[in-house]
Design a protein around this ligand. Structure first.
Ligand SMILES: [Cu+2]
Ligand SMILES: [Zn+2]
Length: 182
């Protein structure tokens, strides 16, 4: 199979170009939404041989970030590990080009309820009987605004298996079934 054009990467480049062309270009890839702070969107696309896809929005809300996800094509009734990964690069087709979990503060892999975790450790996606999952949560550590833990330009991965929140540094969540650039 030939290399597919990476539309997520292209979208980010276009957004960066637009932001750079405006006077308010400090927050690349962000847009003001009614009442909320700056936000960034990620469009998850299935990796080779998989069907998971969806959209995820990150919105700065004071010193926290609201994460809203709508995902389809998951394994019905199963939990799926869900992480921000270091590189905003889905070009390998299997998600591996996003590298490891986003970890700018040098923390261990852990559950999203503890601040002592990778910045990229998100709550798991829980698929319903149709393979759909929705998630709405508010997280600390990460930001949409510029800074050492900003998520803009990073990768986003849905895994085939549940995250065990113990195995270092991956959570042993298996294959990468959907990939996006935030
Ligand atoms: Cu991951
Ligand atoms: Zn992690």
């Amino acid at each position: 199979m030939g290399a597919r054009p990476n539309t997520a990467t292209r979208r980010t480049k276009i957004k960066l170009a637009i932001a750079g062309a405006t006077a308010t270009g400090l927050l690349a890839g962000c847009a003001m939404m009614g009442g909320g702070g700056p936000s960034a969107e990620a469009t998850l696309q299935a990796t080779k041989g998989n069907s998971a896809a969806g959209t995820v929005t990150f919105t700065q809300n004071g010193d926290k970030v609201r994460v809203v996800a709508n995902i389809t094509g998951l394994k019905p009734g199963q939990e799926h590990g869900f992480h921000i990964h270091d590189k905003g690069d889905c070009s390998s087709g299997d998600g591996m080009s996003t590298a490891g979990h986003y970890n700018p503060l040098g923390k261990p892999h852990a559950h999203s309820s503890t601040p002592n975790r990778h910045a990229g450790d998100l709550p798991a996606l829980s698929a319903d009987s149709y393979g759909n999952a929705t998630l709405s949560t508010e997280l600390d550590v990460i930001t949409v605004t510029a800074g050492p833990t900003s998520v803009v330009g990073r990768g986003l991965i849905v895994h085939a298996q549940p995250d065990d929140y113990k195995t270092q540094p991956t959570g042993n969540a298996g294959a990468r079934i959907a990939c996006a650039v935030i």
